[in-house]
Design a protein around this ligand. Structure first.
Ligand SMILES: Nc1ncnc2c1ncn2[C@@H]1O[C@H](COP(=O)(O)OS(=O)(=O)O)[C@@H](OP(=O)(O)O)[C@H]1O
Ligand SMILES: Nc1ncnc2c1ncn2[C@@H]1O[C@H](COP(=O)(O)OP(=O)(O)O)[C@@H](O)[C@H]1O
Length: 413
């Protein structure tokens, strides 16, 4: 095998797929031993069984980009986001953007918190040693411990708390399980299970039931759905993301907004200007589609980290591709932050007339290849929360048009 093919046969699944992978490897998804192909996924969605008739409630699939070279018969190393090899997937089928096949563990899963509490079904069943168990799957705090005590007494069962840890709320759910354990009968067990929620409640419940069975449960109770009350807007993370052509006014308005916010003094601000990012965070990247996307993902990553801690980040890159902007929105919303997309929609003619840095003239002369708006695309947003054309508008007014909705929406006091 050449170095090239080895490198090609690698893949980092997304968070949801990694969670499913861990359950496939631990046996919590018994009898599944690998990712499904389209036929099984459709059968499961249509009538709750695999194509061969085995009952199973939900699709468990792995998306692999169409341009990934892995073919049936190949082994793909699946890695966690930190690069550790988790499993080998032996591809049996590639269709409809999915890669199907059995998976085999390569190393212990170390990504994510509470690795110590992520016990496998086998370990838990061993500890139960044949005693009946009442499994309680939880996505939030339990509200009726008396019911659990009563059912456990009736069945003479060991209580097995299964906090379902996925996403931002994972640690809080584990803490809720550890607190509940102290209030439940002695011998209550806790095993954290990385089960990503399924959209349909009935499917989600059935899957929880199957996982509980794999852990040796004789009976399963589903804990209540968590009530999430978002904090007030002025304490929530916020990302104000400017997009637009070079010279449209992104940096000028973004800087004005930063200054106005600092003057008010009610929030701290992180400002990620396009040019500055390119000198530091994205030094060395070109303006190819691939590098622009990487640049925007890096900006999104930093902005989402700021938002995760309740901060306010202002970003002002060109960000010409809609799909990549949508990725950043999703990254920010996934950590509970709000995302405001501001399209600085100054027309190309006006940007070119300003030509502050002389770049358009050079691009027209063919001296800068792939120049946005001249020889490279700009996909106009259709999901902008705010659109500003700065033609004939003062900088002060343009800044006001962004600041006003922030104040009205309660993000800034
Ligand atoms: N080929 C090409 N196309 C567009 N822009 C170019 C190019 N080459 C250099 N520049 C300068 O780089 C700035 C844009 O960088 P960004 O990081 O914002 O671009 S992107 O979001 O990654 O597409 C942009 O800055 P702004 O004028 O502030 O937008 C330009 O000054
Ligand atoms: N209302 C306005 N808002 C922002 N910029 C404006 C406005 N009116 C004129 N300009 C000028 O347009 C240019 C915009 O450049 P810049 O902010 O660097 O754009 P970008 O960051 O999008 O490349 C600046 O020279 C700025 O003074």
């Amino acid at each position: 095998m050449t170095a090239e093919t080895t490198a090609a046969h690698e893949h980092t699944p997304d968070a949801r797929e990694l969670a499913d992978l861990e359950l496939l490897l631990s046996g919590a998804f018994h009898p599944l031993t690998g990712f499904m192909g389209p036929a099984d996924a459709h059968a499961v969605t249509g009538h709750g069984t695999l194509a061969d008739g085995t009952p199973w409630p939900a699709p468990v699939t792995l998306a692999l980009p169409e341009d990934h070279p892995a073919a049936p018969g190949d082994r793909v190393t699946l890695r966690d986001p930190e690069g550790a090899a988790l499993a080998a997937l032996t591809v049996t089928e590639r269709r409809d953007g999915l890669a199907a096949g059995p998976v085999e563990a390569l190393g212990a899963a170390e990504h994510g918190p509470f690795a110590r509490l992520r016990r496998t079904p086998e370990e838990v069943r061993k500890e139960l040693a044949g005693r009946p168990a009442l499994a309680v799957t939880m996505r939030g705090p339990l509200d009726d411990l008396e019911e659990i005590r009563a059912v456990a007494r009736e069945l003479d069962a060991v209580v097995l708390l299964l906090p379902l840890v996925f996403g931002e709320d994972g640690p809080a759910v584990v803490r809720a399980a550890l607190r509940a354990r102290d209030l439940l009968p002695e011998g209550t067990l806790v095993a954290a299970v990385p089960l990503a929620p399924r959209e349909e409640t009935a499917v989600d419940l059935e899957l929880r039931e199957r996982v509980a069975e794999a852990y040796g449960a004789a009976e399963h109770l589903a804990g209540p759905e968590p009530v999430t009350i978002p904090g007030p807007p002025h304490r929530r993370g916020l990302v104000v993301f400017f997009t637009g052509l070079s010279g449209s006014g992104k940096s000028t308005v973004a800087r004005g907004l930063r200054d106005a916010l600092l003057e008010r003094g009610s929030r701290t601000v992180t400002y990620l200007d396009g040019d500055v990012v390119r000198r530091l965070l994205s030094a060395g990247l070109s303006f190819s589609r691939q590098d622009r996307d990487l640049n925007i993902r890096r900006i999104g990553f930093v902005a989402a980290e700021v938002a995760r801690h309740g901060g306010l980040a202002i970003c002002a890159p060109i960000a010409p591709y809609a799909a990549t902007r949508a990725e950043v929105r999703a990254m920010v919303e996934a950590v509970g932050g709000d995302f405001l997309l501001v399209h600085v929609a100054t027309p190309l003619e006006e940007c070119e007339r300003r030509d502050r840095k002389g770049l358009y003239a050079r691009a027209r002369a063919g001296l800068i290849p792939e120049f946005t708006g001249v020889s490279d695309p700009y996909e106009e947003p259709d999901d902008a929360d705010l659109v500003i054309d700065t033609t004939g508008v003062s900088v002060e007014d343009a800044v006001g048009r962004v600041l006003d909705p922030l104040v009205r929406g309660g993000w800034v006091r």
